[in-house]
Design a protein around this ligand. Structure first.
Ligand SMILES: [Zn+2]
Length: 124
């Protein structure tokens, strides 16, 4: 991977990790969310690497180099799995977000709250 891109990603991860540590002081909910976001970042990163490798394989095929079909197929399937995992994480995030936002004032609330702590709206 390009060194500058890698450096940027590493910085982004460090920032997200610091955010996760801060959130740990106020509750585990935010940490869980940050962890999921980090996981998506990792998965997208891995997908990009696989895409690049597949691109190289396709080019080598074009130049007449014999293609390792099995390895290529394994990479394509690995990408499918990673996209599926990302979709699962995104669905979890959506579900959590939907459960935590007050419909009246928009304030995030705990999933266990019966009433909004800010405006008093009945939540469940
Ligand atoms: Zn509210």
């Amino acid at each position: 991977m390009d060194e500058r891109v890698k450096e940027l990603l590493d910085k982004a991860k460090l920032t997200a990790t610091a955010a996760a540590e801060m959130a740990a002081e106020t509750g585990t909910r935010l940490v869980g969310r940050t962890r999921r976001s980090l996981k998506v970042l990792d998965l997208n990163n891995e997908i990009e690497i696989l895409m690049r490798e597949i691109g190289r394989t396709v080019y080598l095929t074009h130049t007449g180099t014999e293609t390792d079909e099995e390895a290529l197929q394994a990479k394509l399937e690995a990408i499918d799995e990673k996209y599926a995992e990302i979709a699962k994480i995104k669905a979890q995030q959506e579900a959590q977000r939907a459960a935590l936002i007050c419909p009246v004032c928009g304030k995030p609330c705990d999933k266990t709250d019966l009433y909004c702590r800010v405006c008093g709206e009945k939540l469940q």
